[in-house]
Design a protein around this ligand. Structure first.
Ligand code: PLP
Length: 351
């Protein structure tokens, strides 16, 4: 089966086999060695001396929730800039954590409105942090970080970024004002679900944790992971897979190479679907390299999904208010040229 959903992704044989590694206790030196190697390799994805990857067990949402728990301030406030499900979810998480939050939730199909953020900041001078999503998987929009980083600089804000669906596939400016970036093993890194990470500015780990809970307190993880250990049981087999996936990722040329491969595949699918009369949801320049949303054809989602599944491809439905009107195709994961050609032929046959 070829997965065209935005993670978990189709695995390479190398990554699948890696999960069969020896049984391992997470308190033994062999695990510490594995963990330190993963941290070292993760540090090479976006090389930056003053940032440190912190690993935890759980899906991408665990990384986002841990990032907000550990670094969004208990007093002062966090401004959430949302234009989709995942941005809105960050505001929900902060509310559940009992932290002060101001949410600017825009239309899902539109870019983030910087002027609206400026107004919110004028009305709330107590705000010190801005949280947003890099690749809003809801629509496939790659939010432009340049004006957001500019806003943070002008206003002296620290940036908390959900890059769960873009980490390792798109350029990310890992430098101030970026405080932390949440990511997962099972999207653009091509690992399996179970382990996620937050890339954190070292300086932020020196500050007291803002976490209202124990498990999602990244300061605890960061401290023990300097020696390769973690405060809680790690998803050992997922770590094996992530290690193997990172080995492949770095050997294949890192972010730039992966980005290019994704974009080529996405363009091939887009050109075919447009020729078959499917309208993309967003203008081409707004799209990420690895996911595009399309207006549903007349046959509807269930029929399209089922017929593609019969041919060995899994596509992805829209979420929330877009559930009835769009479908999504992601081009992450181990998809060969032959798989891609077969997908294009199958789309043509179905549509
Ligand atoms: C996938 C994703 C998440 C995390 O979702 P999980 O279901 O926990 O894997 C968070 N943010 C974005 C933008 C995502 O695409």
């Amino acid at each position: 089966m070829i997965l065209l959903n935005p993670g978990p992704v189709t695995l390479t044989p190398h990554v699948r086999q890696a999960m069969q590694g020896p049984d391992l206790c997470h308190r033994e030196p062999e695990f510490a060695e594995l963990c330190l190697r993963i941290i070292d390799r993760l540090g090479q994805v976006y090389p930056a001396a003053d940032y440190r990857p912190v690993l935890l067990s759980g899906s991408g949402s665990a990384a986002v929730e841990a990032m907000l728990a550990s670094f969004a301030p208990r007093s002062g406030g966090t401004l959430v800039a949302a234009n989709g499900v995942y941005g809105e979810r960050m505001a929900t998480m902060l509310n559940l954590q009992g932290k002060p939050v101001v949410s600017v939730a825009g239309t899902w199909t539109e870019a983030i409105d910087i002027a609206a953020l400026e107004s919110a900041l004028d009305a709330h001078p107590e705000i010190t942090h801005l949280a947003t999503v890099h690749h809003e998987t809801t629509t496939g929009r790659l939010n432009d970080l340049e004006p957001i980083v500019g806003l943070c600089r002008r206003r002296g804000l620290k940036l908390l970024l959900d890059a769960v669906s873009s980490f390792a596939g798109e350029a990310i400016p890992v430098a101030a004002p970026l405080l932390a970036v949440a990511a997962t093993a099972n999207k653009c890194l091509h690992g399996v679900p179970g382990v996620s990470l937050v890339l954190v500015a070292e300086a932020a780990l020196e500050e007291p944790s803002q976490s209202p809970c124990l498990y999602f307190d990244l300061h605890r993880y960061a401290k023990e992971q300097r020696k390769g250990f973690s405060p809680f049981t790690m998803a050992v087999q997922s770590c094996y897979a992530l290690d193997a996936a990172l080995e492949e990722f770095l050997a294949e040329g890192g972010v730039a190479a992966r980005n290019q491969r994704y974009r080529q595949r996405s363009l091939a699918v887009r050109n075919k679907l447009v020729a078959l009369g499917c309208q993309p949801l967003l203008e081409e320049s707004a799209n990420s390299s690895m996911l595009t949303a399309y207006q549903l054809p007349a046959q509807g989602y269930a029929s399209l999904h089922d017929r593609l599944k019969e041919a060995g491809f899994i596509i992805y439905a829209g979420q929330g208010e877009l559930a009835r009107t769009i479908f999504r195709i992601a081009t992450m994961g181990a998809i060969s040229d032959a798989d891609l050609q077969r997908l294009l032929d199958t789309l043509e046959a179905i549509l």
